[in-house]
Design a protein around this ligand. Structure first.
Ligand SMILES: C[C@](O)(C(=O)O)[C@H](CC(=O)O)C(=O)O
Length: 527
């Protein structure tokens, strides 16, 4: 019979109390102390493998990233990186980039066994598996470099490049893969992959549209906060310092899945003329061959679609409306109370119905605003380490307002920002100079981690297309001239002048060590 884990319940209590204390102490560290949890250290301890501490590489990488981003924040500078999925490309960027980004969209299109658009419909461990491959390659390249360097004596080593291959990896955790337990498992896989930071957003699963003119669909604030809490709880249970980037996709969102959270009520759209439901209008439109978008536009106009507050404003005098606003903004005011307050002040019922505009997929219509995005980001911030408001297109006013308002509440907040592939700064009203200085300008507001996520489908595709066409023309002789010779010339070489790209000497070193041959210093050979 095996030994029981504890000699008696007193020993068990002592081990449990020690675990609680160690969590409390950990939460006081510089890295952790800014996070506000809605649960206790005791609850986390009660979910742990007590007395069995695993130190994850993810924590090491997260602490490194935390330092990098805080240094940028202190200096008003920034890290600008791009999306990568191929470990060998990551290796080449190590000399120039401090971080690596693994994009969900790029994994979905190029790494899943069945490719697709950015729906996060691939297996939940796909992005972690890409991160793991990249992280293992980083370790390998670092090990290869150690082996190469240790073959030289100290003086000769001075002329050899010495690269930090272990750039922290930031990865896309999309919407958290559905259920609470799904979200937990995804977070666990990310930690085990060696990731430094993941981002999670407030989008609804399965409702992303790309080209049909429909906007994004978000989940209620409460669901977004539970996703973030689930991730944070998983990190805490694992004892991982992994960073959490709270991405908010409410900018330009058009729909919300549910109206259960009163914090969302001011932004839900309702009909002020009680016509037939939008759903019916869509069916009728279909039967006579009208496009969905036209039906939507016409229906919204006939139904007088607006927020409840706008419906009140339309009926109230300016004094009545100010009195109404003063009451409803004093605290979280659900729709029912908004109705009662407006009725008391205006002495009439406001005709307004948020069920009529529901779409054939059940979404409620939503009026996005920077204020709504700011409110979400502020609620989310204490659970995470970095904030990112994803924008459909660059917008000067929103950029400034968002970051400065969040900073009024969290003065030292770190932000991330993604440059979507189709962004056109000049069309969005920026001058060329403003565009050039944009990354540095937003860094001054705390936007310290910046990314171009979709380089794979732009830069890499462009290079591949150009190379394929050139290869067709020049053949293998041209390849040697234009590709292999310059590539080899650019590689670090071993002490005998051989290029070191794939680390053949590392492979051989394992054999040498087993055979008792010394592999360091001037006696080493690299044959
Ligand atoms: C950043 C992003 O989440 C990604 O998966 O790379 C995408 C990128 C894109 O679709 O342009 C996103 O911004 O939603």
């Amino acid at each position: 019979m095996s030994q029981p884990k504890y000699s008696d319940t007193k020993a068990e209590n002592a081990a449990f109390e020690a675990e609680v204390k160690s969590i409390e102490n950990w939460w006081q560290t510089d890295r952790q102390k800014g996070i506000k949890r809605p649960y206790t250290a005791k609850s986390i301890a009660a979910l742990r493998n007590i007395g069995f501490k695993v130190e994850y590489s993810s924590s090491t990488q997260a602490r490194k990233l935390w330092q990098i981003l805080n240094d940028h924040n202190a200096n008003g500078t920034y890290e600008l990186t791009f999306g990568m999925v191929d470990p060998m490309i990551v290796k080449e960027t190590a000399k120039f980039m401090q971080t690596v980004y693994v994009s969900g969209a790029m994994c979905g299109i190029s790494q899943a066994s069945w490719p697709g658009e950015d729906h996060a419909d691939y297996p939940a461990d796909l992005v972690p598996s890409v991160v793991k491959r990249i992280f293992n390659t980083q370790l390998f390249q670092d090990q290869r470099q150690t082996q190469l360097r240790m073959r030289f004596d100290e003086k000769d080593r001075e002329g050899l490049e010495c690269i930090d291959y272990l750039q922290p990896i930031v990865a896309d955790a999309d919407m958290g893969f559905g259920t609470l337990t799904g979200c937990m498992k995804a977070a666990r896989s990310f930690v085990e992959s060696g990731v430094a930071m993941i981002h999670i957003d407030d989008l609804a699963m399965g409702l992303k549209k790309f080209t049909n003119g429909e906007g994004r669909t978000i989940v209620p604030t409460s669901e977004y906060l539970s996703r973030l809490t689930t991730i944070r709880m998983t990190f805490d249970v694992m004892g991982a310092d992994t960073m959490l980037l709270c991405r908010c996709d409410s900018d330009n969102a058009e729909f919300i899945t549910s109206v259960l959270d009163p914090r969302d009520h001011p932004y839900v759209l309702g009909a002020t003329t009680l016509i037939k439901p939008f759903n019916f209008a869509v069916e009728e439109g279909k039967s006579i061959g009208k496009s969905y978008l036209n039906v939507k536009k016409e229906w919204k106009a006939s139904a007088g679609v607006m927020t409840f507050d706008d419906a009140v404003k339309q009926k109230a005098t300016p004094e009545q409306f100010s009195a109404y606003l003063a009451e409803v903004t004093a605290k979280i005011t659900p729709l029912m109370e908004r109705r009662n307050i407006s009725k008391r002040i205006l002495v009439e019922d406001i005709v307004w119905d948020w069920e009529l505009p529901r779409t054939p997929l059940g979404q409620y219509m939503w009026q996005w605003s920077t204020k709504a995005v700011i409110e979400r980001a502020i609620l989310a911030a204490p659970l995470g380490d970095v904030t990112w408001s994803r924008q459909d297109k660059p917008n000067k006013k929103d950029m400034f307002e968002f970051h400065s308002e969040v900073r009024k509440v969290f003065p030292n907040r770190l932000f991330g920002f993604g440059y979507m592939g189709a962004y056109d700064f000049l069309k969005a009203g920026y001058t060329q100079e403003e565009f050039e200085s944009f990354p540095a300008d937003i860094a001054k507001m705390g936007v310290v981690w910046q990314v171009q996520p979709v380089w794979n489908t732009q830069g890499l595709s462009l290079h591949a297309r150009q190379f394929a066409s050139r290869f067709k023309e020049m053949g293998i002789a041209g390849y040697t001239r234009e590709v292999s010779k310059p590539a080899i010339a650019g590689m670090a070489t071993d002490k005998y002048g051989k290029p070191t790209a794939r680390g053949g000497y590392l492979a051989d070193a394992f054999f040498d060590v087993v055979a008792g041959v010394e592999i360091t210093g001037t006696e080493a050979t690299t044959s």
